[in-house]
Design a protein around this ligand. Structure first.
Ligand code: BGC
Ligand code: NOJ
Length: 816
C-alpha cells in the first residue's frame, strides 16, 4: 500500500494522508541552520549542533507520536484545525504534503478555507522561512482567528530535557512589534538569541506556554485557541514560546499571505545590547526579517533554492530503463547523501540529536556519496575529521560539530576508524584531482602544535592496522570494528554498562582491549582500502614506501586465506578466547555479511569469490534484502556483547542492515554479476519498496539503517531512516559499481555491471571541469565487459576517460 506518490518532475514526494505509518520527514537547510519537518509539521530546528544549540523543542518517543513542531492553528467559528492536521487532528476536507529538495509544502482545507504553508531554509541564512497562504474558497465572506506557535528549547538539548530545577527559572523573552525574541541566558554567557517574526501587524501574542496552552491541556487543544483569543503573556521562567495572534477576514475568493521567520542570531560581545545595556540589539534579526518580508522575496528565495539543487543534481544524472533507479540516483539518493554529510548520525526521528555528534567512521563514509556534489565542503570536512585523529593513528570515535573537538565520553580504539579516512581522502582526490590535500597541515588531537601533513595522517592510519595485529596476523578487533555491536572485550554482565564504552577490567592491563580478539572484517577492509594508499604513494613517486605498503597488503591477503577462510566464506573474527566467530563450526552466527564484500573486491582468491557469493545468496538472501548474519543469535553471548542482545532479525543481530548490503551489491557488480547486483540493489532501494509502505513504514524516498530480517516477526519492517551510511554506500553501489561510472586517480572510469536485459543507459557526469555525455550500449546483452570506448569519436584503450579538463564530450561505451 502507498501513502503518496513520487512527482519526479518537481523532485517531490507527495504524501496524500497525514496518517503515514510513521512520521515521514524532510530536512531543511544544508549549512548552519537545520530543521527537521514531518508531514504534519512536527520537528525542530537547531544551529550547527543538535545537542548544544537546539532552538526549538521536540518530544522524542512521545504519546502521541511526533509532538512538538511549528504549528499554525485556525479557529473558524468554533472549528479548530491545523493545515498539517496535527496536533488538533480535526479531519480535513483535503490534505497534501510535498517534501522537496530543501523545502516542504503542507496544504490543508477545511470548510472552504485553504491554508498552504511552505517551509524552507534559504542558502546562507540562519533561519527557517514559512509562508502561509490562506484562501477563502467558501463562496462567502469568512472571519476566522489564526495563531502561529513555536516552543523554544533552552539551547542545550540534553540539559533542556533533564535539568528542570534550574531551567524552569531561566526562560526570558522580549517582544517588539511583530517579533518575539528568545533571549534565555543572553544576558549572561550566551551571545546568541532566536526570534520568530511575521511580516504583518498582529492582534496579540503569547510567549508563556502555560498561558497559551493551559497547564492541563495539550498541543491538540490550546486554551487560547479554544477561547479564540490570546493572553499577551510575557514568559518569565517556565517554558517560553512564541505565538502570534491575528483575526482575519477574507472575502469570497480572497487570499492572504503571511511570511514568518524563525531565526537565529549571534552577536559580538560588545554589540549585544542597545545603549541601555539591557535591550537586545536587534539589528541582525531585523535585517534577516527584511530579507524575506514579502511574498515576492519569498518566491525569489524558493527559486534560488531550486537553482541550487538543479546545479547540484546536474553533476550526475542518469537515464536507465528503470524509472525507480533514475529517481533514486538523480534525486533522492543524492539528496539523502547531502543530509548524511551534514548531520552524520546526530539528529533524525531515531537519533535524538543528543547522543551522537559526528562519527569518525560515519562521516568518512558519508563523504563517499557526497564528494562529487561540493568537493570543497568535503575537503573541509576531511580536515576537521582528521584533526581529531591521534598521533598513533587511532581516532576519537566522534566529535561535536560545534566545537569540532573529539568526544572524550566515547573515546577511541575502534579498529576500523582509521581505514575509512584513507578511503575518503582517496575518493576526494579521485573526484577532484586535487592532490594538494595531502600537503595540508592537519593537527593531531586538535592540537595545532602537533600538526602534520594529511599524507602523514594517512600513513599513520595505514600503519595503525599493521602495528596492531593479533596472534594470527589479523588486525586486533579492539573495542569494536564497523559492527560496534560485536564487543569482544566487553564481557559485560551488569545492566547499564554501555557496550560502546565499557571494557572489562581484565583487559585494562593489556591497554583496554583484548590482544587476542581479531577482526576479519578489518583485515578485508584493509586489503580493499590499502591499494588506495599504495596508489597515492606511487603517484607521489614514493616507490619504496609504496612497495612496503603493498607487501603488508599481500601479507594480509595470505593471512586471510590461511587463517580466516572457512571453506565457503570468510570468518568474522576470533574472539577474546581465540575461538572462531562466523564459522560453520559455530552453533549460531555461522556466516556474517561484513567481511565478504571487501574480501571479494580485494581479489584474494577467485574460487573463494565464487563460493562466498553463493553462500551469501543461500544463507543471507531474503525477499527484503540480505541479513547481517545467520543463524541469528538466540541467546546472550557474553563474549560477543551487544549483537546478541537484540532479538533475532533486528538491528545487528540478523537484521537486514542496508549499509552492508551495498558492499555485496558492489562485490557482485565487481565480480561481473550485474543481474545479482541489481537484484540486491532493488530489494532495498526505497523507491522499489514504495508499494509496501504499510509494511515498510519508513519514508519510501530515503534509506533506513535497518529492515527487520527473516527471523523477526516483523520481517520487512524498516526503522531508523535517514541518517545511515547506507545512503552513501548505495550511491556508490549504483553509480560506481552497477552503472560503473567511477572516478579514479587517472580519470573517469566507465565499466558498468548491469542487468543483462538492459539495452544500455545514458549518463551525464561533470568531472574535473568537463562534462561527459556517456552512452552505454549493450547489443549482446551481457552484464559486464567493455568491448570498446570512444571519446568524441576517437577510440580509447581500456575504459578510463582521460582527464579532458573542460568542455563537453561525447563518450560511447559498447559492452560485449
Ligand atoms: C546500535 C548501533 C550503533 C551503536 C552506536 C548500538 O546500540 O545497535 O547500530 O552504531 O549503538 O551508538
Ligand atoms: C550504526 C553506526 O552509525 C555505525 O557507525 C556502525 O558501523 C553501524 N551502526 C553498525 O554497527
Amino acid at each position: 500500500m502507498k501513502f503518496g506518490h513520487f512527482d519526479d518532475a518537481n523532485r517531490e514526494y507527495v504524501i496524500e494522508t497525514p496518517r503515514t505509518p510513521y512520521p515521514w520527514i524532510n530536512y531543511l537547510g544544508t549549512q548552519g541552520f537545520f530543521s527537521l519537518i514531518s508531514n504534519t509539521a512536527g520537528g525542530y530546528s537547531f544551529y550547527k549542533d543538535a545537542r548544544l544549540r537546539r532552538i526549538t523543542r521536540y518530544r522524542y518517543n512521545n504519546v502521541p507520536i511526533d509532538m512538538g513542531g511549528r504549528y499554525f492553528y485556525i479557529n473558524d467559528n468554533g472549528t479548530i484545525w491545523n493545515p498539517g492536521w496535527s496536533p488538533v487532528k480535526t479531519e480535513l476536507d483535503a490534505y497534501e504534503c510535498r517534501h522537496g529538495m530543501g523545502y516542504t509544502i503542507i496544504t490543508g482545507k477545511k470548510n472552504g478555507l485553504k491554508a498552504q504553508v511552505t517551509f524552507f531554509v534559504p542558502q546562507d541564512y540562519d533561519g527557517e522561512v514559512q509562508q502561509v497562504v490562506l484562501t477563502n474558497e467558501s463562496g462567502s465572506d469568512k472571519t476566522f482567528k489564526f495563531w502561529s506557535f513555536a516552543e523554544w528549547c533552552l539551547w542545550d538539548a540534553q540539559d533542556d530535557c533533564t535539568n528542570f530545577q534550574r531551567n524552569f527559572s531561566t526562560g526570558r523573552v522580549e517582544i517588539k512589534d511583530s517579533v518575539i525574541y528568545h533571549k534565555t541566558e543572553y544576558r549572561d554567557r550566551r551571545n546568541h538569541y532566536a526570534f520568530y517574526s511575521v511580516n504583518d501587524k498582529i492582534d496579540g501574542y503569547d510567549t508563556d506556554r502555560d498561558t497559551f496552552i493551559g497547564l492541563y491541556n495539550g498541543f491538540h487543544n490550546p486554551q487560547a485557541v479554544l477561547d479564540g483569543k490570546c493572553g499577551n503573556s510575557l514568559a518569565d521562567g517556565w517554558s517560553p514560546i512564541a505565538s502570534h495572534f491575528k483575526e482575519i477576514t477574507l472575502k469570497a475568493g480572497e487570499s492572504k499571505t503571511l511570511v514568518f521567520v524563525l531565526g537565529y542570531v549571534e552577536m559580538p560581545v560588545d554589540k549585544k545590547f542597545e545603549a541601555d545595556g539591557k535591550t537586545i540589539n536587534k539589528e541582525k534579526a531585523l535585517a534577516m526579517i527584511e530579507k524575506y518580508n514579502t511574498p515576492e522575496k519569498f518566491a525569489a528565495g524558493m527559486k534560488e533554492l531550486r537553482t541550487y539543487w538543479d546545479k547540484l543534481l546536474g553533476i550526475l544524472n542518469v537515464n536507465t530503463p528503470e524509472d525507480k533507479v533514475n529517481r533514486m540516483v538523480n534525486i533522492w539518493n543524492q539528496y539523502q547523501c547531502m543530509v548524511t554529510f551534514n548531520l552524520s548520525r546526530s539528529a533524525s526521528y531515531f537519533e535524538s540529536g543528543i547522543g551522537r555528534g559526528m562519527g569518525f567512521r560515519d562521516s568518512n563514509q558519508d563523504i563517499l556519496g557526497f564528494v562529487h556534489q561540493i568537493p570543497d565542503r568535503a575537503r573541509e570536512r576531511l580536515i576537521d575529521i582528521a584533526s581529531t585523529q591521534l598521533e598513533d593513528g587511532g581516532c576519537y570515535h566522534q566529535y561535536q560539530p560545534l566545537t569540532k573537538k573529539g568526544n572524550a565520553d566515547i573515546g577511541g580504539d575502534f579498529s576500523d576508524d582509521p581505514l575509512w579516512m584513507i578511503l575518503s581522502v582517496s575518493a576526494y582526490i579521485k573526484e577532484t584531482g586535487d592532490w594538494s590535500i595531502l600537503d595540508a597541515k592537519v593537527p593531531y588531537d586538535n592540537d595545532e602544535s602537533k600538526a602534520k601533513s594529511m599524507l602523514d595522517h594517512l600513513t599513520v592510519s595505514f600503519y595503525h592496522i599493521v602495528n596492531n595485529l593479533g596472534p594470527h596476523g589479523l588486525p586486533l578487533a579492539m573495542r569494536a570494528d564497523w559492527n560496534d555491536c560485536i564487543n569482544l572485550s566487553c564481557f559485560s554482565d551488569t545492566p547499564g554498562e554501555s557496550f560502546q564504552t565499557y571494557t572489562n577490567p581484565k583487559f585494562k592491563a593489556e591497554g583496554g582491549y583484548s590482544k587476542v580478539a581479531e577482526s576479519v572484517f578489518v583485515a578485508a577492509l584493509f586489503t580493499y582500502v590499502g591499494p588506495n594508499f599504495v596508489g597515492i604513494l606511487n603517484h607521489l613517486g614514493k616507490a619504496d614506501e609504496a612497495k612496503k605498503a603493498q607487501a603488508e597488503i599481500d601479507k594480509m591477503k595470505k593471512v586471510m586465506m590461511d587463517s580466516a577462510w572457512d571453506g565457503n566464506w570468510f570468518m568474522r573474527a576470533y574472539d577474546a578466547n581465540g575461538q572462531k566467530m562466523g564459522s560453520k563450526e559455530c552453533e549460531e552466527g555461522q556466516i556474517f555479511i561484513e567481511p565478504q564484500g571487501f574480501a571479494i573486491m580485494s581479489d584474494i582468491d577467485k574460487d573463494a569469490t565464487k563460493k562466498t557469493l553463493a553462500a551469501i545468496d543461500e544463507r543471507l538472501n531474503t525477499k527484503h534484502g540480505l541479513v547481517l548474519n545467520n543463524p541469528a543469535f538466540s541467546k546472550y553471548y557474553v563474549e560477543y556483547g551487544e549483537i546478541s542482545t537484540y532479538p533475532g532479525g533486528y538491528k545487528e543481530n540478523a537484521g537486514i542492515f542496508t549499509h552492508n548490503n551495498a558492499w555485496i551489491i558492489c562485490a557482485e557488480a565487481y565480480a561481473g554479476r550485474g543481474d545479482k547486483a541489481f537484484e540486491y540493489y532493488s530489494k532495498i532501494a526505497p523507491a522499489f519498496n514504495e508499494e509496501i509502505s504499510d509494511l515498510h513504514k519508513t519514508e519510501p524516498y530515503v534509506y533506513g539503517q535497518m529492515i527487520a530480517g527473516k527471523d523477526a516477526s516483523r520481517f520487512g519492517e524498516g526503522k531508523n531512516s535517514w541518517l545511515t551510511g547506507t545512503a552513501a554506500w548505495n550511491m556508490v553501489a549504483i553509480s560506481q559499481y552497477i552503472l560503473g561510472v567511477q572516478p579514479d586517480f587517472d580519470g573517469l572510469r566507465v565499466d558498468p555491471s548491469i542487468p543483462h536485459a538492459w539495452d544500455g543507459f545514458t549518463a551525464t557526469r561533470q568531472f574535473r571541469g568537463a562534462t561527459y555525455r556517456i552512452t552505454v550500449k549493450n547489443p549482446d546483452h551481457v552484464c559486464k565487459g567493455v568491448k570498446s570506448m570512444t571519446v568524441d569519436g576517437k577510440a580509447v584503450d581500456g575504459c578510463i576517460i582521460p582527464d579532458l579538463g573542460s568542455g563537453e564530450h561525447q563518450v560511447e561505451v559498447v559492452l560485449g
